[in-house]
Ligand binder design. Structure first.
Ligand SMILES: Cc1cn([C@H]2C[C@H](O)[C@@H](COP(=O)(O)OP(=O)(O)OP(=O)(O)O)O2)c(=O)[nH]c1=O
Length: 196
């Protein structure tokens, strides 16, 4: 990347998002996560929720002139219901019970704030989970991989063994849609040129 490019701040505590950015040869100059309340509003629908939370993350992060701040949010939706990160094992079991044997949506919103203002994108994918036996569920819960993951699973982890089908963007499901991210970064002067 050239010396006069803007500084990139990744506004996320998610190790997946950093790993995904690195996959396209982008190393943020700084990681500066947002700490916001992610509680859904009463009656809020999943896409509207994801967009709002993403914008709030973007606005909560202090930004100096010349900096580009990148944030995202991943939300799992079963019909009108929002499944965020499970608070505990009991909630993880209940989320996985809802997802078992069904298709659900995964919405990932991303936003970039630069001197030029706010740019937003949204990517929706569909994932099918096999019907989980109680043995499958116990074994998966025991891995602990559900912790910190929207919907209580991660496609890139052991839960991959229960996913027969998906449609959309694998990187979006994992937390950061790389195609849309690369395009948004390019639009603010951060061309992705170093991918090996
Ligand atoms: C569905 C799914 C989610 N996830 C993860 C990505 C996100 O880290 C997390 C969803 O929570 P988010 O609230 O989107 O992100 P976060 O709290 O981890 O980090 P930050 O808000 O600071 O950016 O779930 C996977 O890793 N794999 C998956 O298949």
């Amino acid at each position: 990347m050239s010396a006069d490019r803007p500084r990139l701040v990744l506004g996320s505590a998610s190790p997946r998002r950093l790993e995904l950015l690195r996959q396209i040869g982008v190393e943020p100059d700084e990681v500066r996560p947002a700490d916001i309340d992610e509680t859904p509003l009463k009656g809020e629908l999943p896409r509207a929720y994801c967009r709002r939370v993403t914008r709030e993350k973007a606005e909560a992060i202090p930004r100096n002139p010349g900096e580009v701040v990148l944030v995202a949010d991943t939300t799992v939706a079963v019909g009108r219901r929002i499944l965020g990160k499970p608070a505990d094992e009991a909630e993880a079991r209940s989320f996985l019970g809802l997802l078992s044997g069904r298709r659900h949506r995964v919405v990932t919103c991303l936003a970039v704030i630069s001197d030029g203002g706010l740019r937003e994108r949204e990517v929706e994918s569909i994932v099918k989970l096999d019907r989980l036996s109680s043995g499958d569920l116990d074994a998966y819960i025991a891995t602990g991989d559900w912790k910190g993951k929207a919907g209580a699973y991660a496609i890139q982890g052991p839960a991959g063994a229960f996913i027969p089908w998906m449609s959309g963007s694998y990187t979006a499901i994992m937390g950061l849609p790389l195609r849309e991210t690369a395009r948004l970064l390019a639009a603010v002067g951060l061309t992705v040129t170093e991918a090996a």
